[in-house]
Design a binder for this molecule. Sequence first.
Ligand SMILES: C[S@@+](CC[C@H](N)C(=O)[O-])C[C@H]1O[C@@H](n2cnc3c(N)ncnc32)[C@H](O)[C@@H]1O
Length: 204
Amino acid sequence: MRELIYYSRTAPTSGSYIKEDLQESGRVDIAIHTIIAAFFISHKIRSDVTLHLIFAGPPNPPRHLELKPVTEGKTGIDKIYISKKNVSAVLKKMLYKYREGQKREVFPGFWIEKKGLLELVNDFYEEKRNLYLLDSDGEDIRKAVIKTDPVFILGDHRGLPDKEFKRLKKICQSISIGKKTYFASQTIAVVNNELDRREENGLL
Ligand SMILES: C[S@@+](CC[C@H](N)C(=O)[O-])C[C@H]1O[C@@H](n2cnc3c(N)ncnc32)[C@H](O)[C@@H]1O
């Protein structure tokens, strides 16, 4: 299982803040592209990815949205059908369904709770998971050793805030997909492809 963490300092933490203009809604459009890149391949939804979104925008940061779509079962009862068209509605509903002090499953495999980026990464650190920070100055992904059940961390349109970036640099291995700066969603597509190819070749 591969896990991805996308952090957004502006993505809203209340459903009512997601308006028709997604770009003006705290750049939630980027989180949506990230979801599509994480889960959608041709005619299929990946079952080998868990995506964690940390939204740190107004009005009540932070929120941790954990997405691992259930792909088996009956639509509407034991799974929801997430399509490229309804991602913003799914996020909105998740934010509305948050309840103080709970980690709540809003749809099968879609959870929400109050948790910040460093707290979440620290949980993985304590579980001794293999942590990778996606950073253009890191080691080339084509040469790097990537261990089992990796966790990859990505920043928003402005990267990661200094405090978080410094801490993550200390506890993660930095990995680069090249010298150019790519969108978070493009970075995820490259990481997913690299991991797929390693798995196909028995290297992971
Ligand atoms: C749009 S970029 C951030 C741009 C921001 N101005 C910066 O320089 O950090 C969003 C995220 O994608 C990832 N990313 C972008 N280009 C990358 C690269 N060449 N190698 C590894 N990760 C990359 C990083 O995690 C980054 O925080």
